[in-house]
Design a binder for this molecule. Structure first.
Ligand code: GDP
Ligand code: MG
Length: 294
């Protein structure tokens, strides 16, 4: 069989379900999902190899008007992903008109001359008649290469989406070994796991001023244990208190949950130590952003 590849960037405004879809398509809980906007900070590559074709999906941070330096880094990451893909999947939800910022993003995509596939996600929230009507209406407003409705949450219609994507595959040898799920370094996945548990447990209390950095990632000789030390950076002493919790209970909970997920991902035992540090206003400091790998 001739091998084929498809590089596809999943794009759209925050909260449209890009990360949920990526997880659904590759069948692994990889990208961070949270109801809070902008939980996806870097581009994430998910890989799926099926029937001789390798799909490489790039999940991008939500596209929005930049407010802080971190936001500007995010917008740049989104732009960078457009230059090396075969097509873009533009995600939105069932409605009849595009939002202001969606139009801007679509203009930018058409300037690149990329085929854009319209994906109306969250079709489970409306009747199939309404979903179809939205599809017809939105398809008319841009030169989309194709389009369909589906639900990333329950999986309905994602098989049709895969068939549509298939049409844009390009002949060539696969870029990654066929059992690859992602090209993200393990260290980075672990830091995202910790950040996800942090956001999950402190959902309402903690604003978005948190970053996680893996300081040590070391396999123990002659054993199946990996020792991992992570620093959790927050903006204020009061946040530090919240993260640590009464008698350290919150940090312990976050650490235990993150350890289990990390063990799942790495397929070995993990000894995870978390430390909480205050870095004032790290979101606006160029130095700290570079330091943390943004
Ligand atoms: P992203 O910001 O575009 O990456 O969006 P996420 O994948 O983080 O999803 C944002 C929110 O929308 C989460 O609460 C998801 O559970 C929810 N969501 C995603 N896909 C669907 C869907 O198909 N149906 C419904 N009802 N909710 C969804
Ligand atoms: Mg996301």
């Amino acid at each position: 069989m001739t091998e084929k590849n498809l590089f596809c960037s999943i794009t759209g405004m925050p909260n449209m379900g890009k990360s949920t879809l990526l997880n659904r398509l590759i069948g692994f809980d990889l990208a961070i999902i949270s109801p809070k906007a902008e939980t996806t900070r870097s581009r994430i590559t998910g890989v799926l190899t099926e029937d001789g074709i390798q799909y490489v999906f790039l999940d991008t941070p939500g596209y929005n008007k930049p407010k802080t330096k971190l936001d500007r880094h995010l917008v740049k990451t989104v732009r960078d992903t457009f230059s090396d893909v075969d097509c873009a999947l533009f995600l939105t939800y069932p409605k009849e008109h595009f939002l202001e910022y969606e139009k801007k993003l679509l203009d930018e995509l058409s300037e690149k001359g990329l085929p854009v596939i319209l994906g109306i996600n969250k079709a489970d929230t409306v009747s199939s008649e309404i979903a179809q009507r939205c599809l017809v209406s939105l398809m008319e407003q841009y030169g989309f290469a194709d389009g369909c409705c589906f639900s990333a949450l329950d999986g309905t219609g994602t098989d049709v989406l895969m068939e549509k994507l298939y049409a844009f595959a390009v002949e060539g040898p696969h870029y990654f070994p066929d059992d690859t799920l992602t090209d993200i370094p393990e260290k980075y996945v672990v830091s995202e796991i910790v950040r996800e548990r942090l956001l999950f447990n402190l959902r309402d209390e903690l604003p978005h001023g948190c970053a996680v950095e893996v300081m040590r990632f070391k396999e123990r000789e002659n054993s199946d244990i990996v020792d991992i030390d992570v620093n959790i950076y927050c903006e204020r002493d009061s946040h530090k208190g919240m993260i640590i919790g009464k008698g350290g209970s919150m940090l312990k909970k976050i650490g235990t949950e993150a350890r289990k997920k990390a063990e799942d991902f790495l397929g070995c035992r993990v000894n995870l130590q978390c430390w909480v540090k205050v870095r004032n206003d790290w979101r606006n400091s160029e130095f700290d952003l570079k330091d943390l790998g943004f």
